[in-house]
Design a protein. Sequence first.
Length: 215
Amino acid sequence: MGASTLYELSRRGVRALGIEQFAQGHDRGSSHGDSRIIREMYFEHPLYVPLVQRAYDLWHELEAESGKSLMAIDGGLMIGPPDGMVVAGTLRSAREHSIAHEVLSPDEVHRRYPAFEPQADLSAVVDPRAGYLDPEACTRAHIDLARQRGADVRYEEPVVLWCQACETGYACLGQAPPLCPECRSAEPNWTTRKPYKPSVNDAKFLRSIKICGEP
């Protein structure tokens, strides 16, 4: 999310700064590893389908601009009870958005995909546009292109300062000031460069991250 946001901001001509508390290419989030699935017929809810369709367009654009192969489309097979969330939800999304698909019986699944032997009471739906992305390559492409447009990226820069007085968090580039830059409070929660960990209910923190230190 951070890398793609930085890329989109730089593409719009915005002077952008990306801050990451860990080192480049870290494995502490959801953007590492070999693959992440992408599927058009989102079984969770049809409302997601237009978002995914737009995502396909954007991934293709990123591939073209970066010259890198980021997405492989080889189809997906959704197997489950006919009235279960996966099959029924996939079909609902396909039908509401007029997406081409196939419904296969267990025997048809086994003939086409011999590795699978579904039980007789199951059904399957083929999503021809399902595939997978290379998450680490995608992140590198976003960051490299953002930098080419002038974006700055700082690694190993956690949010280290939390001011209780004005409920503001700071990512400090360089030496943090002794007073809160926002309200001049002399008693901020200085964490000696250990990342501040807000609670899941701390919405004000999530909306109030600012930069202090060098420009």
